[in-house]
Design a protein around this ligand. Structure first.
Ligand code: ACO
Length: 376
């Protein structure tokens, strides 16, 4: 058998694409979108500005920003047949399954936007605008509240909160969510973006690529970790028990969610920013319990394993304090990352080459064929 090169399990360190969208310096702990440091974007920009940046490669002028905001507002309404369909799905379903089904179904109503190529920018805007509506349509039925209205005056962050909470978010809550959306919008070739690019590389459509990505994000090693962080905090209960609970888990070789990263060898810069937001939102509520617990967990995990926090360590505490149910954390991640997925799909269409790696075969060769009647 001809020799195949050694396998990089998990494709670790394999360079699989060129991109202008996002750069991660894992050694310095830097994250860059289209040339701009995430710390500047999180402090000074909005999700809408970042959307313009990732799709068009430059920050918008005031007029371009106003146009994009108006476009999002216009695109928030679901086709009534799809809204009715979502209302027939089981309320016990995992919201990520609802999101995946709804995006896949939406494609049936929007054949224009599904045509692969540059025109997919319309589909990209549509998906970013409508994901909060899908989540609101589903979640509000679970809590017996009416479906959301389009609310054109709200930013995407405020609209997402309004859809999920069925109330007007405060300015601090909207800003916290806006920062979270900016921080989660893209992360180079993470697993879900890679799956979106693989799907797009076959010249399949944008909605199919985003459907693949939602399925990939659902896994606890990728999008589901912040929900598990909150379970850990519930299990720990009080700061004085953190050390004992974390050490017992590590002794059983369990992973502590919200720590470690394939690319960052130092602290994830998104965790640094969200730590501050966890404190800020906690202070505004007069409740620093999560923040203090997480600080203690951080200390123990770093001392015992040398691991640093990733983006998922503090995000769940921010969402919980705002009142977002835990099973909507990964869907909130999707409502932001859909921006990165669509930007990467558009880039993939521009630089198209079918993504098709090879595998190292480790099975048998030349087995004699045994007729069915002679098998046992
Ligand atoms: N807790 C305990 N040990 C860990 C953790 C962790 N969170 N992360 C890595 N390790 C240990 C592993 O057990 C392994 O130790 P060993 O060599 O003694 O067996 C070593 O560190 C290397 O781990 P790998 O799984 O090979 O590292 P990889 O780069 O494949 O994993 C990953 C990265 C999946 C994120 C991992 O750190 C992890 O499982 N973290 C917890 C889940 C999590 O927080 N996911 C969110 C990531 S960010 C995002 O997707 C948005």
């Amino acid at each position: 058998m001809p020799a195949t090169p050694e396998v990089q399990t998990g494709l670790e360190d394999v360079v699989a694409a060129t991109t202008r969208i996002c750069f991660i310096d894992g050694k310095q702990g830097r994250l860059i979108y289209e040339g701009y440091d995430i710390r500047d974007l999180a402090a000074r920009s909005t999700f809408e500005e970042v959307a313009h940046l990732l799709w068009y490669g430059r920050l918008p002028t005031s007029a371009q920003l106003a146009e994009l905001k108006a476009r999002f507002a216009e695109l928030r309404t679901l086709p009534s047949a799809l809204a009715e369909r979502i209302d027939t799905l089981p309320i016990s379903a995992n919201p990520m399954d609802i999101l995946r089904t709804a995006v896949s179904s939406l494609a049936l109503f929007e054949p224009e936007e599904t045509r692969p190529g540059p025109s997919s920018i319309g589909g990209a805007q549509r998906l970013v605008a409508v994901l909060p509506t899908i989540l609101g349509q589903f979640h509000r039925r679970r809590v017996r509240r009416p479906a959301p209205e389009p609310r054109p005056e709200l930013s995407q962050a405020a609209y997402l909160l309004y859809c999920l909470l069925d109330r007007e978010p405060t300015e601090l809550e909207s800003r916290a969510m806006d920062v979270a959306l900016v921080l989660h919008a893209d992360h180079e070739l993470n697993a879900s973006t890679f799956s979106a690019r693989v799907t797009a590389s076959t010249l399949s459509d944008l909605y199919s690529a985003v459907t693949s990505a939602i399925g990939t994000l659902k896994g606890p090693l990728h999008g589901g970790a912040n929900e598990r962080v909150m379970e850990l905090l519930d299990e720990i209960g009080s700061v004085d028990r953190a050390e004992e609970v974390v050490k017992a888990k590590l002794a059983r070789h369990e992973r502590i969610m919200g720590f470690g990263h394939r690319v960052y060898k130092v602290e994830d810069p998104r965790a640094t920013i969200l730590r501050e937001w966890s404190r800020k939102v906690g202070e505004s509520r007069g409740n620093l319990r999560y923040y203090e617990l997480l600080r203690r967990v951080e200390e123990v995990v770093h001392r015992e394993k040398g691991l640093y926090p990733n983006v998922d360590l503090y995000s769940g505490s921010v969402y919980s304090l705002i009142g977002i149910p835990h099973d909507l954390f990964t869907p909130v991640f999707a409502a932001s990352r859909v921006l990165g997925w669509t930007a990467h799909v558009l880039e993939e269409y521009r630089d198209l080459r079918l993504i098709r790696p090879v595998a190292k075969y480790v099975g048998a060769l030349d087995l004699p064929y045994v007729p069915i009647g002679e098998r046992h």
